[in-house]
Structure formats: C-alpha cells, structure tokens
Design a protein around this ligand. Structure first.
Ligand code: GLC
Length: 528
C-alpha cells in the first residue's frame, strides 16, 4: 500500500459496529459480524472503512464515552479480532480508520477517577476544573450539547468540572501538555497496530476560552430551538488554540506512512479552510455535511457545492458525506427516488465520498418507540426530535427474522422492512439501489480521476448539471431535482454510462434530452 493519495478518489464506508452485524447472538453488532460481511464491502467496491468507537465504554453515549483508549470493548470483540479485521481488510486492499475521541473520556475512566479524587491529585489538571461563581452557581453560562449547564458540581472536591456533552463525558484539559502527549500516544498505539488513520471526533471542541467568557445568545434561536442550541458557542467551542492541537495530531499521524485524518468540525462557520491548515497541515479531510444539510432543489444543491468548493483551501481536498450515525438518513430526508440522485452526486463530484452503512440499500430512519429509546440526546432534550436512534437501527441483511442482523433480541428495533429492502434481495436485483451504488463506484474508479477538472454548467429548469474532465474522458452528470419531467439541452453527443434507471445505460443521446422526474444520468461526452 504505497499510494499516499488512495483516499482522494476513494470511497469510505462508515460502520457503527453495534448496528452492523451481530456475530454472537447477543443483539449487539460486533467485530466478528463485520468480519463476516467483508464480501459485502468488496462487492460494493469501497476502499476504506471507518468504524465508530470500539473501545471499552459504559455506553452512556454508545462508545463516545471511553473508559480505556487502548483496548476493545468486550461487547464488540477482542483485540485479536480487531487485528484480524485489520489484516483481512488489508488483504482485500481496503483501509481501516478508527474513531478517535480526544475531547473527553467516560467519567469512569481511571484518569477522571484520579482527577476527581482530590484537588492535589497529579491528574487533577487533566480535566477542566473551576471554582463556583460568587453566587455558588456554575462559573459561566456555557451549555452542554445534551442539555443543561456544561458544568457539573463535584461535592467531594468542591469545584465544577466542564463537559461539552454528557456529564458522564468530562472534557479533557487539552491545554495541559501531559494530556496531549497521552492522547498522541493513544494515536500511536493504534497506528502501530496497523490502522490507516482516524476520524477525529468533535475535533474543534478541544479548548475553551481561558477567560471563561459567557457565550452570547444565538440570534437565530426562537422558542422552537432546542435549549442547548440557544447560545452561540463562541467561547466554548472552536478556539484558536485548538488549531495548534490539530497540527500536533497531524504530525503524529505523519510519523507513519500513508495515514489519514478525517475530522468532525463545524464547516458552517467560517468554512473548512482553516481545518486543512496553512503551511503546517492539520486534517486531510474536514468532514463536509453540505449535501445532507442542503435543501434539495437544483439551486440549493448547486449553491452548496459551489460554496463549499470555493472554500476548500488550495492545499486541501474536498469530501462529501451523505449519511452518518448522527444525521437523518438520506432516504428519509429526500425520499427513495432522490436518494438515488444523492448517490450519483456523491460518487461523481470531485472529492472523497463517504456514506453510512445502510445508505446503499436506501434504509430510512425508523421510529423508535419511547420505551426503547437509547440515545441520551433524544432522552435528555425531549420534544425536540434530536434523538439519533432512528438512524442507528440495525442493518438489514436478509428478509428473515430481525432482517438477518442477529439471532437474538436486537438492541434497537429493526422496524418494518419493506420487500426488497435488504442486502440479500438487492444484490440479485440489477435495478436496486445497491446495484446502482456498485455501478457508480465502479464507474468512478474506472473513469474519473482525482486530477479531473470540475466544471459547473448553468442549471436548467431545476436540473443540476456539472462535468468532470480529464485524461479519463469528459463526463456530464445531469440530475433532475425539479420533481417533473424536463428537457435539457446538452449540446453534445453523449453516451449514458450510469443511470438511476438502468434501462437507459448505453443510450446514445444528442442535443435535447429528456429526463423524467427524479432521474439522473452520468454521460460520457463524445465528439462526433
Ligand atoms: C460526535 C459524535 C456523536 C457523539 C459526540 C460526543 O458528535 O459523532 O455521536 O455523541 O461526538 O462524543
């Protein structure tokens, strides 16, 4: 594996291990389950896999609360199974990225247990401790993302500690160089084991304002805004110091050849530019959720694409995400027909393509009844539809009990599975969403190059049009987002290479072409 830039043209597949495939019948997905499904990944043609956290956890935030950074959660498997997964993926020429959660630990982590044991403990300063305000309340107005104050009173030592997320997820004090070194050693531990990089969780949240200034109100908030979002996180998030820590993380990763850093950052405020770094590199790929967040019409999607591409730094490389364990499923947001267009966009835009297990079969969000809800976000901020359980329900493998996910009782409900809604059915159906994913990924690999020029065309009557041009040829994507039949002028001779409706593949077109509602074509432009 010597191609340093595999990820530029690469396709990365996100797996939430608990929800992917259960190998031992306890109702929770695991590493053995993933090992059993590698044929699926290879069939799709993905080049990289990103796993949500696999380290020991009390599961208050389903793995994002870690109690030992250098081990594997027993419910998910063993270190030996992880080693096996790394080798099995490499043997198939796929890479493995782990989730790295640097901002916080679980409250049961031995570091925090030591830190809260006394004010003089050597680990005291590993977390963010502060005296009460003059009135005995929290030091300032900062809010936790999962509700309430971000400060929790510790009776024993008479101070507050800071938590950007749950109170069971105390923030590490990144200003402390010992903490940073310890976390860089965690990265080295996994890199030495052969993982190909990380997706860095909550990467811009690491440092808070040292003057502890109050966050200002969010001017866009109204009575429907979930309480944790009613302030702008000016002082509690995204501080300049954090940019320096990103450079240090990158330097650690660069001690090893060909490794990759994806990062969860907020590219909405200020764009992604600074997260790539200027001169000194930071992240290879700050994750871009622009396609998920955009309204779904040609002007909005076209605008989101242009806006983003213009903001990617000249040293940076774009990426596109259409699904994640934190976001409404694309098939629920835009519907099944348009989810096919979303896939076409994802794989033909310039940049790394990232999707979430289940997107390839058009999995929708599933209503999870209140008595089965597990996500603290939904439970602690009730009435705001913030719960993420609906996009974390088990993967659908076959039209059998529990959709073939487990032989036990699934940890989240599987939901009603429509006929044709599983991997086993879609693999044999050439018109399925999954077959479309495979054709698009294969086309991308054979025809598109990361060096291709991107050329937007003027949108016509609600049809999004753009080209990729390079050594591999000239390709036009035409995506009808208007909701109605449309005629557009392509002014070229073209042959259809991939279509949302497979029967059109191979068609020769010229001049004015017809697109049905929600239809998309990727055409090779040919000179007559
Ligand atoms: C990230 C994760 C999310 C988690 C949070 C706290 O946003 O994607 O699932 O709850 O960080 O670690």
């Amino acid at each position: 594996m010597t191609d340093a830039a595999w990820w530029r043209s690469g396709v990365i597949y996100q797996i939430a291990p608990r929800s992917f495939c259960d190998g031992n019948g306890d109702g929770v997905g695991d590493l053995v389950g993933i090992l059993q499904r590698l044929d699926h990944l290879e069939w799709l043609g993905v080049e990289g896999v990103w796993l949500c956290p696999i380290s020991p956890t009390p599961n208050r935030d389903f793995g994002y609360d870690i109690s030992d950074f250098c081990d594997v959660e027993p419910e998910l498997g063993t270190m030996a199974e992880l080693d096996e997964l790394i080798s099995a993926l490499h043997a198939r020429d796929m890479r493995l990225l782990l989730d790295f959660v640097p901002n916080h630990t679980a409250d049961v982590h031995p570091w925090f247990q030591a830190s809260r044991s006394s004010r003089t403990d050597p680990r005291r300063d590993w977390y963010v401790w502060c005296d009460a305000a003059a009135n005995g309340g929290p030091p300032n107005n900062w809010l936790g993302r999962f509700g309430g104050s971000a400060w929790e009173w510790d009776e024993k030592t008479g101070q507050y500690y800071y938590h950007a997320f749950l109170k069971e997820q105390p923030d590490l004090n990144w200003r402390n160089p010992e903490v940073r070194e310890a976390m860089y050693d965690v990265m080295r531990f996994w890199l030495r084991r052969g993982v190909d990089g990380f997706r860095v969780d909550a990467a811009a949240v690491l440092a808070e304002d040292d003057l502890l200034r109050d966050d200002p109100p969010n001017p866009e908030a109204n009575e429907r805004t979930p309480p944790p979002q009613r302030q702008k996180r000016v002082y509690s998030d995204d501080r300049p110091e954090t940019l320096g820590y990103m450079e240090e993380m990158r330097a650690v990763v660069d001690e090893f050849p060909d490794r990759l850093l994806l990062a969860e950052v907020d590219v909405d405020s200020g764009g992604p530019g600074r997260f790539y770094g200027f001169g000194t590199p930071r992240f290879h790929l700050p994750l871009n959720y622009g396609l998920i967040d955009s309204a779904w019409d040609a002007d909005s999607v076209g605008g989101a694409i242009d806006d983003y591409l213009a903001a990617v730094s000249p040293h940076g490389w774009p990426d596109w995400v259409i699904g994640s364990h934190d976001k409404t499923r694309i098939a629920s947001r835009v519907g099944q027909a348009r989810a096919r267009l979303a896939a076409m966009l994802l794989f033909t835009l310039p940049g790394t393509a990232i999707f979430y297990a289940g997107d390839e079969i058009g999995m929708p969000d599933v209503d999870v009844p209140e008595d089965r809800a597990r996500d603290p976000f939904g439970i602690l901020v009730p009435g705001c539809a913030l719960g993420r359980d609906p996009h974390r329900v088990p993967m659908r493998w076959s039209p059998t009990a529990n959709a073939g996910f487990t032989s036990g009782e699934p940890w989240l409900p599987v939901g009603d599975v429509p006929s044709g809604g599983t991997v086993a059915e879609q693999i044999t159906d050439p018109d399925s969403m999954m077959s479309l994913y495979r054709r698009l990924i294969a086309f991308r690999r054979s025809a598109l190059r990361s060096s291709d020029r991107f050329r937007a065309r003027r949108h016509e009557a609600g049809v999004l049009l753009f080209q990729r041009e390079g050594d591999g040829g000239r390709y036009l994507s035409a995506l009808n987002l208007s909701g109605e039949r449309r005629l557009v002028d392509i002014a070229d001779a073209a042959s259809v290479r991939v279509a949302t409706d497979r029967s059109r593949e191979g068609d020769r077109l010229y001049g004015r072409i017809e697109l049905r509602a929600d239809e998309g074509l990727v055409m090779e432009l040919v000179t007559d």
